[in-house]
Design a protein around this ligand. Structure first.
Ligand SMILES: C[S@@+](CC[C@H](N)C(=O)[O-])C[C@H]1O[C@@H](n2cnc3c(N)ncnc32)[C@H](O)[C@@H]1O
Length: 394
């Protein structure tokens, strides 16, 4: 395999533009957005940095072959020509996952089997059951008779940072929490408030961003099991990332929730993430949330970034309308330069805030289509105040 590696950083739909900007910051040259992620070329250092330091990518794939094919015998021959020994060591367990669209090679089981045979006979790596978590995943994608073979260098999805072992109700995925903070946009030099913080994902991601801590620093990666892995280079990349980190978040980060169990989970998660001292976590209803209730007083600038309940349960409707109205009411009392970003599955419910929310991105979360919506507190003056704001449930 050549020294220039062809890679693909996959992300949740709708986050491609933000991921591209993040990769540019990580020093990736010429990242190319495509559906579902970013294609880029680079060295092993780029592969390590993207896995370790991206907060938005879900997997980093290493592309090992791309060729047209319409027959399984031809597929097996071409797959066997890949220098697998440069990627997979003798005895390394691997699994092959195949997808196919608009192609003669439509039988994904046969495609996976032929590629697995080619890998096993040329590298000495060993086919493993799908449940083997020491296995490296080989991804075969057949689209319009073009075969792309990649190796997943991440392993568990990158949003599994390793800190969120305790969860509350409906936790937000870590990559979406980060995307919400970036899209708000929240300036880490200013305060951050999440009044419905649940298990603390948004405040914790905010603290990681503010302190420039590598999102992947608590976990391992599949590339550590590949034969191309260079432990000394990884140690260098980790040391450089640690040297860029700040000892403390520059501005306060507040998370609160009315559920004491969720707050306890948030405290444990923040401690595991190494940011306990950077986040103030309290048990309070929305009307008693720090800053929003007037204490401490709001700085001139800051952001409210939150993920209110989506309301999938019967009987939730009126309570949630009241909650969203109360949230809008609280935000309108903030200084005009404050920003708000929220994640909502029901746009009409979000508009109950009375804020002139604009849609920033549309993505999926646990099989549900969710939207990030943003506004500035000052923009809200353009909207007539609601006649009555029900704070009973807030
Ligand atoms: C969708 S969950 C937030 C999940 C969170 N982002 C996480 O990753 O764990 C919504 C949260 O809002 C909280 N909540 C609902 N009504 C509230 C209210 N009136 N005041 C404060 N918190 C409330 C719930 O307890 C729940 O933890």
């Amino acid at each position: 395999m050549s020294r220039v590696l062809e890679m693909f950083a996959a992300c949740a739909p709708g986050l491609e533009g933000m991921l591209r900007a993040e990769l540019v910051q990580l020093g990736v040259a010429h990242p190319v957005p495509t559906a579902g992620g970013i294609a880029f070329a680079g060295g092993l250092r780029d592969l390590y940095r993207t896995n370790l330091e991206s907060g938005l990518a879900t997997h980093v794939l290493l592309r090992v072959a791309r060729f047209p094919s319409r027959h399984v015998a031809h597929l097996r021959k071409r797959a066997a020509a890949v220098p697998w020994g440069e990627v997979l060591a003798v005895g390394q367990p691997f699994v092959v996952r195949a997808t196919s669209r608009q192609s003669k090679l439509y039988h994904t089981g046969a495609v996976a089997e032929r590629v697995a045979l080619a890998i096993a006979e040329t590298s000495g790596a060993v086919p493993a059951p799908a449940a083997d978590d020491t296995a490296v995943e080989v991804v075969v994608r057949v689209l319009a008779d073009m075969v792309t073979i990649s190796v997943d260098t991440s392993g568990a999805p990158l949003h599994r940072r390793g800190y969120r072992l305790a969860t509350g109700k409906a936790p937000l995925r870590e990559d979406l929490a980060r995307a919400l903070l970036l899209t708000a946009p929240w300036d880490p030099a200013t305060p951050l408030v999440d009044p419905m913080a649940g298990a603390g994902t948004i405040p914790i991601e905010a603290a990681l961003l503010a302190r420039r801590l590598a999102p992947g620093r608590l976990r391992g990666f599949a590339f550590q099991r590949l034969s191309l892995h260079d432990p000394a280079l990884l140690a260098e990349v980790i040391a450089a990332a640690e040297a860029r980190a700040l000892p403390r978040a520059p501005a306060p980060i507040f998370g609160s929730d009315r559920d004491a169990g969720a707050v306890a989970a948030a405290v444990a998660n923040a401690a595991r993430a190494g940011v306990r001292a950077d986040v103030e976590l309290t048990c309070a209803p929305l009307r008693g949330a720090p800053v929003l209730c007037g204490t401490p007083p709001a700085a001139a600038r800051g952001a409210v970034v939150t993920n209110p309940p989506f309301g999938r349960r019967v009987g939730d409707a009126q309570r949630l309308r009241n909650l969203y109205q109360a949230l809008g009411h609280a935000v309108r009392r903030l200084p005009p330069e404050w920003r708000i970003a929220l994640c909502a599955a029901d746009r009409r419910l979000a508009l109950r805030t009375g804020l002139p929310l604009r849609s920033a991105f549309l993505t999926t979360h646990g099989g549900i289509r969710v939207r990030a919506l943003c506004a500035a507190a000052g923009d809200a003056s353009a909207v007539p105040p609601l006649e009555s704001v029900a704070e009973r449930d807030a």
